[in-house]
Design a protein around this ligand. Structure first.
Ligand SMILES: [Zn+2]
Ligand SMILES: [Zn+2]
Length: 550
């Protein structure tokens, strides 16, 4: 029988940029094409996307891209893949609408080939069958993918939790998960994000209680910030506002777009007369207003950040306002988020976070829910993904406690090729996988060299050395000049470096001075020697040797 290969290009050993290849013989499909966010030291990097080299090399074999749900860590890198390879996408209606919205912005004029499916549908591509199985998560219409292969079902759980009171009333298809377990799940690729949290996570509906009590106690305007994709939470805010006779306005372009899509496609239901345009908030008294807004991750141009700087056009935060932070910081964003919140507090707002009231619940399964998933689907092999190595390790231990043999649990890293054959499975080699850093000013790739330079600039500043030599007769032009920016080694050291360079250059013969590269190497060595002697700093050093003719 054909070998089945499962190759994560992203999302294994990390939370973010989920993208996995599944191959059976010559047929190749892709599950999710997500992005991740940079860490604090990746200066000027906006987003991180998977390295698609393997997909580009094998593009003739790609039968389709299957999307589990519309979160950025699952669909956010699509434009970067589709620019290289125009392949059909399979997804549910909501994913289609949200993906289309983003592709229209990023790839103007491009018409993606999107095939819409319903939860429960099965799509046949080549020799593979891909079945969409509904699960509950923090965005509607999330689907696990059961991929029927010659060796059994490879089940991608997608991001899931077992929420028995979901906001949209659409339950996990437990029945089908059990059936798949009976039919034979050969490999379970499971979300492991919250495997370190004991017990069973709270239902999304529990956030309703928290929001309702915070809303009832708020003396004035209520501003709620959350992920702009969190349609369930938006619905709950609208419900709470409506119950208290308040009006809702939406601030921030992205949230307005998602809100509009959710409303038009009937994923959100807005009672008549509840919604008002953001431009009209001035016409209502403070106690009548609830405002949904972007900026939960401290994004500098988002509505919440603009308000913290008193730059937001339609509204100024003031004493009496309650700001509800109904999200969780993505690791790496904490600093900027708390700085934003501190500024809002200084403007007089009362800030309510998850620590104060139950206004946010996670969309990912806790430990007992993960155990339930394993128990229902009875996989032969297990590979925890959507988690960092520490989560993968806890998952492995958990599966062992449940009686799974160690050699049937795989801790995959991006690029690993997991091969499933008749009698065995194992990692057999790797393919190119990694991260492509995208600059904050658009689609420019930030190379590792550029990033290292930025890191040195940020830490130790820059020294710029200018040396002029007369190329005609091999004499020095003006004395060498050292300029420092962001360098804290002191003016004296800069002068000493300057003197040392001059001292070395006057020793050179006219023949040597005519050789620009040689002059550059002498200057480089001198600067390095001086820095080693007197300073522990490692600034970026730029040396300009300028030939003059006279
Ligand atoms: Zn995710
Ligand atoms: Zn998700």
């Amino acid at each position: 029988m054909a070998t089945v290969r499962v190759i994560p290009l992203g999302g294994a050993g990390e939370i973010g940029k989920n993208c996995t290849v599944l191959e059976q013989g010559e047929d190749l499909i892709v599950v999710d094409v997500g992005l991740s966010f940079p860490h604090e030291e990746q200066y000027g990097v906006d987003i991180v996307v998977p390295d698609f080299s393997y997909l580009i090399e094998n593009q003739h074999r790609i039968k389709g891209v299957f999307l589990t749900h519309a979160h950025e860590d699952h669909v956010g890198a699509l434009s970067y893949l589709l620019r290289e390879v125009d392949v059909p996408l399979y997804c549910t209606k909501l994913v289609r609408a949200l993906v289309k919205m983003k592709l229209d912005e990023r790839m103007r004029g491009f018409e993606p080939k999107i095939r819409e499916v319903q939860p429960g549908d099965t799509v046949e591509v080549g020799s593979l069958k891909v079945e969409f199985v509904r699960v509950t998560h923090s965005i509607p219409e999330t689907c696990a993918l059961a991929i029927h292969t010659v060796h059994g079902v490879v089940l991608f759980t997608a991001d899931f939790k077992f929420d028995f009171a979901p906001v949209d009333r659409a339950q996990t298809d437990l029945h089908r998960l059990i059936e798949l377990g009976e039919e034979g799940v050969v490999l379970l690729m499971s979300d492991s994000t919250n495997v370190d949290r004991p017990g069973w996570g709270p239902s999304e509906s529990e956030a309703t209680q928290g929001l309702r009590s915070v809303f009832a106690a708020a003396p004035g305007r209520i501003l709620v910030t959350m992920f702009s994709s969190n349609i369930h939470r938006m619905q709950q805010v609208v419900n709470c506002a409506h119950a208290l006779g308040k009006k809702v306005a939406v601030a921030g372009r992205r949230m307005q777009q998602v809100f509009e899509i959710a409303r038009n496609l009937e994923y959100a239901h807005i009672p008549r007369g509840t919604l008002i345009p953001i431009e009209d908030v001035g016409k209502y008294s403070a106690s009548e207003l609830v405002i949904l807004l972007t900026g939960s991750q401290g994004e500098p141009m988002a509505a919440l950040s603009q308000m913290s700087r008193a730059e937001y056009r339609w509204l100024k935060v003031a004493k009496g306002d309650t700001i509800v932070y109904s999200a969780r910081p993505i690791p790496g964003n904490e600093g900027v988020i708390w700085r934003t919140i501190n500024k809002l507090v200084q403007l007089g707002a009362n800030v309510v976070t998850e620590a104060v009231a139950p206004i946010h619940v996670s969309g990912h399964a806790y430990r007992d829910e993960i155990k339930t998933m394993v128990n229902l689907t009875k996989p032969f092999y297990i590979a925890p993904v959507h988690g960092e190595p520490r989560h993968q390790k806890i998952f492995r231990e958990l599966a062992q406690q449940m009686g799974h043999a160690d050699h049937r649990i795989f801790t995959l890293a991006n690029g690993d090729v997991l091969e499933i054959e008749d009698e065995r499975a194992g990692v057999n080699g790797t393919v190119t996988a990694g991260e492509i850093l995208i600059d904050q000013h658009g689609d420019v790739e930030v190379t590792l060299d550029v990033l290292n330079q930025r890191t040195r600039l940020a830490h130790d500043g820059i020294l710029i050395v200018t040396v002029t030599v007369n190329a005609h007769d091999g004499t020095l032009g003006a004395p060498p000049k050292v300029q420092a920016r962001g360098f804290s080694g002191g003016e004296e050291l800069v002068e000493d470096i300057d003197d040392a360079i001059e001292e070395e250059l006057v020793k050179l013969s006219s023949f040597e001075l005519k050789e620009t590269d040689y002059v550059r190497s002498v200057v480089t060595d001198t600067v390095r020697r001086m820095l080693n002697k007197d300073s522990r700093q490692r600034p970026e050093v730029v040396i300009n040797v300028v030939p003059v003719k006279s």
